[in-house]
Structures are given as structure tokens and as C-alpha cells.
Design a protein around this ligand. Structure first.
Ligand code: UDP
Length: 459
């Protein structure tokens, strides 16, 4: 092979859920925009959801080609099958490119899938692990993995004081740590992210220097990551990737046009956009409280309720005036958040949603439900000052009065103005990080240079 232009070929392998495909696909697009050949390898069940120019898309298998995770029905079973079938089919994919002009030089894998590094090493190529959560969260889990922090964490052992992190109360901790028996397989997976880091060539994190400098520094002896975020489509930040307005992956059909038409009829900053992401499932009671809060607030709302969740919506709510609010099953969230009519984002604080709200300068109300969302909500409220976290009652439910109170705080008054100022400030900082010569851009450039050197050695 003699190709002086070859800067390397990276296969990017996400865990196949929306919140993982999005940032890894975005990273693939960034690499492609810098001349690297980028292939996204995702499961047969999700491969049809990808549509991204300049990215080659290939299928691997998790063993559940017709229904993915739901077909498996059980986390342990699913992860085991993905490890076995994924290793086999990823190996085949790497081999397929072996004698072409663009052999695979590196696998960038979701840190949830450490087996992908074994595949890369067996094939004699490099590997990079990509973390899709915050540096603060990585700091906590990596310490547990290395035996520097013992479980269980209890209200008595908190606030948790770790280098680079603010004191974390029990309510701010990831649920897998508050209740280690609640999802043992997920907890094991979260800890397994750190098992391969002594053999890996690069570690990437979807965060950025100005956002989490101290948090990353506090854990740098255990977790040395290149901070390359925010992995949000370029149109909302640096605008250097032409036409990059969406992630290019949608596991559900987005009804964005209807939403945009409706938003067009609403005054500036008057609409509350509500979404709990792709995984959270609310109880009927929680739905009823949110619906009640929205009605009482008398604000306009656009609420995303996935079709599997719709049956839990109260009937009286669906009969309300359609001019006042809209409920849809899925949309392109970024288009909604960037619309001038949207004034507030009620979010579960998944890490992508958090970064999106921050990058687009939209003040947030955090209603975290599980996993790392609780920690993200803490940072939104207390560290970055771009929102509030709604308080749950003793049953763990955010009541309508609390939601109304939060909406008042975020949509009007002095505190609201301060949150908006902070949100706008963070929007600019996020943009700077990924723009030319920004900290994240420099980290990506460094990676591309290293890849190019490797590629030219093969030549
Ligand atoms: N999202 C979307 N449309 C929706 C709701 C969510 O495109 O109607 C996207 C959102 O932009 C984000 C992802 O789905 O990129 C959800 O990821 P996050 O980490 O916020 O939460 P998760 O779904 O993993 O809990």
C-alpha cells in the first residue's frame, strides 16, 4: 500500500443506545472532518438508524439482531452475548479491511465495551476508550475500581470528599453507588470501564478542560483522558463541519417538523421543553405530577414522551388545549433547544442532554431519576449555576408544586437572569473548546497526528 494521504482508519464502536451512539458518532464525524477515515460499527438492530455523511457504517452483532436489548430482556445475558458476538463480528470487520487501501489502524470503543480492546490488540492495532459521562463521575467510579473508595456509600459516609470534586451529598451520588444491589450488572459494567486502561493507547472523554479541569486533574493518576467534548453537532458550536445539524442517528422517528411549526407560533423564551431521554421510565404518578405542574404553571410546553410511555399520561392532560402545549414521541432535541421560543429545559440530566443544554445556553430544571443523572444535576445547579434541581418528596417523587416553583425560578426573576447569564457564558466557553485551537480541538488534532504517524508507518 502506498498512500501518502492516508491518515488512518478508525472504527468507532458505541454501546447501542441513543445516549452512547450520539457522542461516538459525533466523534467519528470530527475525525472524518480532519481527514481520517472513520467507520461506525454498530449492532445490526441499530445500524439502520444511522445516517451520517462521510462516515462509513458497518454492522456487528450483539446476538440479538432483530430486537437488540429488548430481545435479550436481561442485562447480564445481553452484555455476555454482546461480548461474544461483538468480539467475533468486530474481528471479521477489521479483517475485511486488511488488504484494502484503508486498513483499520485503531478501534475507538465505548468504555462500556472493554472487550473491544482485546479484539484490537489481537489484530495488532491500536485502541482508544471513549467515556460518555462526566469526569466527575469517572473520578468516583475509577476510585472504587482501584479500591480507593469503598462501597457501600451511605448517608453517614457522606458528604463524599474527593480531590477536585465538590463535597457530594448522598442525594448527589450515582444511584448504582447509593443502592449497589439495585442494578448489579450495570454497576459491574461501570466498574469494568477501568479494567483495560493500563493497556489502552488513548482515553477520551466527552467533556472539556474549562468545564471539568479540576475534576479531571483530581483523578489524573488513575484516569488520564483527553477531553475532546462537547460532542454536539458542529452547527450549534464551531460550524466547521458543513451541514452538521443533527447527530445522524435516531432510534425513533423524530416528529421535529410538527414541533418546529408549533414553536414558530410561540413568543421568545416562553416554552418549557421537557424530555427524559431515551431510557428513563416514569411511573403514572410521576407523569400525573408533571402534567399537573405544567397545567398549573400556565406556561407553553413541549413534552417528549416516548410511545412506550404514552399510556401512562393522564387522560385529562391529553384533552388540554393543543395551543398551550404539545406532546410528541420523539424529536431532534437540538433543534428544539436551539429554537428561540424555548426558555427552559426540564431534563433527566443524562450527560448528553446536560452538555446540549449547556452548549446551547438553555437554563435547566434537573429531574434526575437514576444512574449518573443525580451527579450531573448537582453540577448544573451548584457548580455551573445554569439551572436548579427539583426536590423529590420522601417517596422520591417531584410533586407539581415543586415543579411550578422551579419553573418560576428558571423562567422569571433575578435568579433566572443569573442562570441565563451563566448559560450564555458556558455556551461561549463550550464553543471555544471545540473551535480551532480550542482545548478539545487541540486534543483531537494531537490524536489525528499520532494516527497519521501510525498510518504512514504501515505504508
Ligand atoms: N434525544 C433526541 N430526541 C428526543 C430526546 C432525546 O434526539 O426527543 C437525544 C438527546 O439529544 C441526547 C440523547 O437523545 O443526545 C439522550 O442522551 P442522554 O445522555 O441525555 O440520556 P439517555 O437517553 O442516555 O438517558
Amino acid at each position: 500500500m502506498e498512500n501518502k494521504e492516508f491518515k488512518g482508519h478508525v472504527i468507532v464502536v458505541p454501546y447501542p443506545s441513543q445516549g452512547h451512539i450520539n457522542p461516538l458518532l459525533q466523534f467519528a464525524k470530527r475525525l472524518a472532518s480532519k481527514g481520517v477515515k472513520a467507520t461506525l460499527a454498530t449492532t445490526r438492530y441499530t445500524v439502520g438508524s444511522i445516517c451520517a455523511p462521510h462516515i462509513c457504517v458497518e454492522a456487528i452483532s450483539d446476538g440479538f439482531d432483530e430486537g437488540g436489548y429488548s430481545q435479550a430482556g436481561n442485562v447480564e445475558f445481553y452484555l455476555k452475548s454482546f461480548r461474544e458476538q461483538g468480539s467475533r463480528t468486530l474481528t471479521q470487520l477489521i479483517r475485511k479491511f486488511k488488504h484494502t487501501g484503508t486498513p483499520v489502524t485503531c478501534v475507538v470503543y465505548d468504555s462500556f465495551l472493554p472487550w473491544a480492546l482485546d479484539v484490537a490488540k489481537q489484530q495488532g492495532i491500536h485502541g482508544g476508550s471513549f467515556f460518555t459521562n462526566s469526569a466527575a463521575v469517572c473520578s468516583i467510579f475509577s476510585r472504587i475500581h482501584h479500591g480507593r473508595l469503598a462501597l457501600p456509600l451511605t448517608p453517614e459516609t457522606t458528604p463524599l470528599m474527593l480531590p477536585g470534586l465538590p463535597p457530594l451529598n448522598f442525594r448527589d451520588l450515582p444511584t448504582f453507588l447509593r443502592f449497589p444491589d439495585s442494578y448489579p450488572a450495570y454497576l459491574a459494567m461501570k466498574l469494568s470501564q477501568f479494567t483495560t486502561l493500563n493497556q489502552v493507547d488513548w482515553v477520551f472523554a466527552n467533556t472539556f478542560e474549562d468545564l471539568e479541569r479540576e475534576e479531571a486533574k483530581g483523578v489524573s493518576e488513575l484516569w488520564r483522558a483527553k477531553m475532546i467534548g462537547p460532542m454536539v453537532p458542529s452547527a450549534y458550536l464551531d460550524e466547521r463541519i458543513k451541514g452538521d445539524r443533527g447527530y445522524g442517528s435516531s432510534l425513533w422517528k423524530p416528529l421535529s417538523e410538527e414541533c418546529m411549526e408549533w414553536l414558530e407560533t410561540k413568543p421568545s423564551k416562553s416554552v418549557v421543553y421537557i424530555s427524559f431521554g431515551s431510557m428513563v421510565s416514569l411511573t403514572e404518578e410521576e407523569m400525573e405530577e408533571i402534567a399537573g405542574g405544567l397545567k398549573e404553571s400556565e406556561l407553553h410546553y413541549l413534552w417528549i414522551v416516548r410511545s412506550s410511555e404514552q399510556k401512562k399520561l393522564p387522560k385529562w392532560f391529553l384533552d388540554l388545549d393543543k395551543e398551550k402545549g404539545m406532546v410528541v414521541t420523539w424529536c431532534n432535541q437540538l433543534e428544539m433547544l436551539s429554537h428561540p421560543a424555548v426558555g427552559c429545559f426540564v431534563t433527566h440530566c443524562g450527560w448528553n442532554s446536560t452538555l446540549e443544554g449547556l452548549s446551547l445556553g438553555v437554563p435547566m430544571i434537573g429531574v434526575p431519576k437514576w444512574a449518573d443523572q443525580l451527579t450531573d444535576a448537582k453540577f448544573v445547579e451548584d457548580i455551573w449555576g445554569i439551572g436548579v434541581r427539583a426536590k423529590e418528596d420522601e417517596e422520591g417523587v417531584v410533586r407539581r408544586e415543586e415543579l411550578v416553583k422551579c419553573l418560576d425560578e428558571v423562567m422569571q426573576g433575578e435568579r433566572s437572569r443569573e442562570m441565563k447569564r451563566n448559560a450564555n457564558k458556558w455556551k461561549e466557553i463550550a464553543k471555544k473548546a471545540i473551535s480551532e485551537r480550542g482545548s478539545s480541538d487541540e486534543c483531537i488534532n494531537e490524536f489525528v497526528q499520532q494516527l497519521t504517524a501510525i498510518a504512514q508507518q504501515i505504508n
